[in-house]
Write a protein that binds this ligand. Structure first.
Ligand code: GAR
Length: 226
């Protein structure tokens, strides 16, 4: 698999992907790291690992389609066949998606379909949810919408600051995104409409009541736990 990773900012997810590729956990080569912002720190991370970079600023284009066409050309010049959005804060049009059909993944810092958008963790904290998390999904034309590959959930401390929750979620992101990309590289992901099947993935073990494993917050007290 020849992967393009698209970043707009810090690129900590990119770093996690790089580390897992270098460790041999993902059967992929990172063909290029692309950004729409020339000062994105993710570009520095790529250069530190000798990974090619490309920058095209979306502000130079009057319409999304023209920007997407330029991105496609840049990624294809580097031989990319799969795309991972890692904090890439641009919506993609069919011009882009049709060039990489069902080969574009995104990570979002919320349990979709709750809290799409640019502040998923903060929106979840403000809403007062008891469980939060992150989602890796296929990208379609709608924001944070395509078929779900993997989700990770964590309990939320009531009143936690949005930034603190974001930090906890980010550490989960760094685990689930490389896992999803490893499955992609192994060609183990099958789609049935919106439903994603991972060939050979573990099956959660159910207890004798047929319920579980599950995450509940606050914890159930004894009378209700079984
Ligand atoms: C991550 O939390 C990612 O889930 C989020 O941007 C952050 C990028 O961090 N993406 C979205 O909100 C997409 N809707 P990073 O640059 O350190 O990887």
């Amino acid at each position: 698999m020849k992967l393009a990773v698209l970043v707009s900012g810090s690129g900590s997810n990119l770093q996690s992907i790089i580390d897992h590729v270098e460790a041999g956990h993902i059967a992929a080569e990172i063909a290029v790291v692309f950004s729409n912002k020339e000062d994105a720190y993710g570009l520095t991370r790529a250069r530190n690992h000798g990974i090619p970079t490309a920058v095209i600023q979306h502000t130079e284009f009057t319409d999304r389609e023209a920007f997407d066409a330029a991105m496609v050309r840049a990624l294809q010049e580097h031989g990319a066949d799969t795309v991972a959005l890692a904090g890439f804060m641009r919506m993609l049009t069919p011009v882009f998606l049709n060039a990489f059909p069902m080969r574009v993944l995104n990570i979002h810092p919320a349990l979709l379909p709750s809290f799409p958008g640019t502040h998923g963790q903060h929106d979840a904290a403000t809403f007062g949810v008891r469980l939060a998390g992150c989602t890796v999904h296929f990208v379609d034309e709608k924001m944070d919408h395509g078929p779900v590959v993997i989700q990770a959930a964590l309990p939320v401390t009531p009143g936690i600051a949005g930034d603190d929750l974001a930090g906890q979620i980010l550490r989960l992101e760094h685990r689930v995104y490389p896992q999803a990309l490893a499955w992609m590289a192994q060609d183990r992901i099958r789609l049935d409409g919106r439903i994603v099947h991972i060939e050979g993935s573990g099956v959660p073990v159910c207890d004798t009541d047929g319920v579980g494993p599950y995450l509940v917050n606050p914890p159930l007290e004894d009378d209700f736990a079984a």
